[in-house]
Structure formats: structure tokens, C-alpha cells
Design a protein around this ligand. Structure first.
Ligand SMILES: *Cc1c(COP(=O)(O)O)cnc(C)c1O
Length: 377
């Protein structure tokens, strides 16, 4: 059996090796290493794929979030509502910009931000909501956009885990994840669904005005060259990464399909357990399975993880500590009763290997290994 990995990037590369090698070599020989034609081409291909007017490539998904927030002209102390159950980058940038993050609980089925909790958290100071399309499935965007419109709040979709997912509104309109809010952001970190071979990220918007501001922010706040209109940063996607991403973007839907097949296999196996919740697939959103996460009624996660580790099956706990309880992001304003779901999830979830290169033999072995643990405990 091939060695099981959380993500097998080498096997994936081997399938597209001639194209990738050629693309990298072409960039090296072109000397257009930064903002070259490959970056422009990738930008427009991603615009087409997402059906969004503007894509602004940048250096990573964290910068993408920071630039998005900078573009909204918020003031110190303005409140940004986001989910308690996500990777820390989402909330980190809020604090860096001296805005107040307001963390809220999630839905128990999808683990995505709870609409009820958002509603409760809105105050006159709320200026933005950052839903995260966690583990590859869209948050309830229809309800979020309605709330945002009603209260005049901006929406930034953190789409680092959800690229390629498609959302269907109740009137039947479809939209790609990341293209529905005022701004969408993503990460091309190698292990993401659309990953490059280093760091990378992008920002999406349908607003010409926001696009112009964000293009300037990622480039030191410049409008005209050497005329700095605002405070900016230096955040660029390099040409080699863009060339790689152009090739992988063409594979993205097939990659999602491969991940879905893995999820189907796991779903079928774990359906026999009443005490395990397999990922809930909502009808409004397709699922691109950035992670495959099981939720147990009760679980000693670290014992299961260690047991699997001994059998050379990697497994991860996303996430072991809710953000509101993290030293860096906690606040005395929080009330533990408001985080019933995230407090429970952090103690009962475990994510199994899922990627585009898994075979039956590996999947069967993983399922049997979990079964063995359950029989012994
Ligand atoms: C990975 C990730 C980010 C950060 O992306 P980087 O490219 O690593 O900076 C932000 N938000 C979420 C939800 C992520 O999973």
C-alpha cells in the first residue's frame, strides 16, 4: 500500500509533471518573475471560473483578508463578526487593524457560522461579517447577505477552504463561493484545494471601486506609479506560482470530484455508527471537501489520533481550541454559554486524510483502523 498522507502533493504533481515543469521553466527563462503575463493570465482565468468581475492576486490568504478589511475604510473599534471555529488567520487580521473581532458560535450540522448568533451579535458598531466556507461547504450566504443588507454591513467571504464550491439561492440563482459578498478572499497554500508550490492568495470582488482600492493597497498604496494615495502593503503572487495555478485551475473541478469520491467512501462506511456524525451536505451548497471531519458523540480525540498514528494513518484535529478561548483572541465580554457548539466540536471532531490521489486500498485501511479503535474503546 502507498504511504497514507493527509495530503499527497507529490503524486498529484506527477500526473501533471510535464506541463508544470515546462511552465516553471518558461517563467525562469522569461525573467518576468513578478506581475508578469502568467499572473495576468491566471487572474483573468480565475475571474472566468468564478464568474466574478475582478480578481486581485496577492501573496497569501491572510494578506487577502487584511487587504479586504483595509479597503473597507473602517475605524478603530469598529466591530467585525466572524466564526469561532476557523483557522486563526481570519480573526488575526481583524486585531492587527485595531478592529474588534466579535466571535460567534456555529451551526451544529455544517460547523459554519450561525445566523442566529450573528443576529444576536450585531450592534451599531458592526461594520463587517466574515463568513468562512469551512471545510469546503458554503456558509448560509442567503441569510448572511440579507442580514448584511438590512443592517448596512459589508460581507467578506473567507473562501480559503471553499474554492470551487457552488451555492444555490432559493430563487435558483447559482454563484461560486467567494463571489457573493462585497469581497471574497482565498489562499493558494499548497494543501488548499487549489494550491500552488509556495504561498499565494487572491481577493475577488464585483465592485470596480473596491477593486481599484485593493489593487492599490497590495502595491504600496500606489495609484499612479510612485504616487502613494493611501497606506498599503507589498503583497504579490509571483509568476512561477501563477503559472502553476493556471494548470491546476483547469483540474480543480476534477480534483473536487476526486475528493467527493473519498468522502462518499467514508460516508458509506461510517453510516453504521449511530454515535458518529459524518459531514452534513446542505442542498444549497456543493461540498468540495477541503477536510473530511467526523464528529463523535464523545471522543478521546488525542487517543484516536495516536492510535491511528501508530498504524501510519495521519489524522488531524481541526480545531482543538475555539478562537474565543485562545489567549490572543479572548475577551472578557464573552460568555461561555454563547459557544455551546464550538466548545463541543473542539472536543469531538477529527479529520481523516482526504486528497485527490487516494485509492480504495488506503481508504479501506483507514476505515478499518478507525473501526479497530472503536471496538477496543
Ligand atoms: C489557510 C487559511 C487562511 C490563510 O491562508 P494563508 O495563505 O495560509 O495565509 C485563512 N483562512 C482560512 C479559513 C484558512 O483555512
Amino acid at each position: 500500500m502507498r504511504k497514507i498522507q493527509m495530503v499527497d502533493l507529490v503524486s498529484q504533481y506527477e500526473k501533471i509533471k510535464p506541463e508544470i515543469d515546462n511552465a516553471i521553466l518558461n517563467v525562469v527563462q522569461s525573467s518576468a518573475y513578478v506581475n508578469g503575463p502568467e499572473v495576468k493570465a491566471f487572474q483573468s482565468e480565475l475571474e472566468n471560473y468564478l464568474g466574478v468581475k475582478h480578481v486581485i492576486p496577492c501573496a497569501n490568504g491572510t494578506d487577502a483578508l487584511q487587504v479586504a478589511l483595509m479597503a473597507l475604510d473602517l475605524e478603530e473599534g469598529d466591530e467585525v463578526i466572524t466564526t469561532d471555529f476557523t483557522f486563526a488567520a481570519t480573526v488575526e487580521v481583524v486585531g492587527l487593524l485595531k478592529l474588534n473581532s466579535v466571535l460567534v458560535d456555529v451551526e451544529p450540522n455544517t460547523f459554519n457560522i450561525s445566523i442566529e448568533a450573528i443576529e444576536k451579535a450585531i450592534t451599531p458598531k458592526t461594520k463587517a461579517i466574515i463568513p468562512v466556507h469551512l471545510f469546503g461547504q458554503c456558509a448560509n450566504m442567503e441569510a448572511i447577505l440579507e442580514l448584511a443588507k438590512k443592517h448596512n454591513i459589508k460581507v467578506i467571504e473567507d473562501n480559503a477552504q471553499g474554492i470551487g464550491a457552488q451555492y444555490t439561492f432559493s430563487d435558483g440563482t447559482k454563484a461560486m463561493s467567494g463571489s457573493m459578498g462585497d469581497i471574497g478572499t482565498t489562499s493558494f497554500f499548497p494543501s488548499k484545494n487549489l494550491g500552488c508550490y509556495g504561498d499565494g492568495g487572491a481577493i475577488f470582488t464585483n465592485s470596480d471601486e473596491l477593486a481599484e482600492i485593493m489593487r492599490s493597497i497590495v502595491n504600496h498604496g500606489m495609484g499612479k506609479r510612485y504616487y502613494h494615495d493611501r497606506l498599503g502593503v507589498n503583497s504579490r503572487l509571483d509568476s512561477i506560482q501563477a503559472a502553476i495555478l493556471r494548470i491546476k485551475l483547469r483540474e480543480l473541478d476534477d480534483y473536487a470530484e476526486a475528493r467527493r469520491k473519498v468522502a462518499d467512501h467514508y460516508d458509506r462506511f461510517f453510516a453504521q455508527y449511530d454515535n458518529i456524525q459524518t459531514p452534513v451536505r446542505e442542498s444549497q451548497s456543493t461540498h468540495v471537501f477541503h477536510q473530511y471531519t467526523l464528529k463523535f458523540d464523545e471522543l478521546d480525540q488525542f487517543a484516536l489520533q495516536a492510535f491511528l498514528g501508530e498504524k501510519e494513518v495521519p489524522a488531524m484535529i481541526y480545531y482543538p481550541v475555539p478562537l474565543h478561548a485562545q489567549e490572543a483572541y479572548t475577551s472578557s465580554d464573552y460568555n461561555e454559554d454563547d459557544f455551546a457548539v464550538t466548545n463541543n466540536l473542539c472536543k469531538t471532531v477529527i479529520s481523516l486524510p482526504i486528497h485527490t490521489e487516494m485509492d480504495e486500498e488506503q481508504l479501506n485501511y483507514i476505515c478499518q483502523s478507525v473501526q479497530e479503535y472503536l471496538e477496543k474503546n
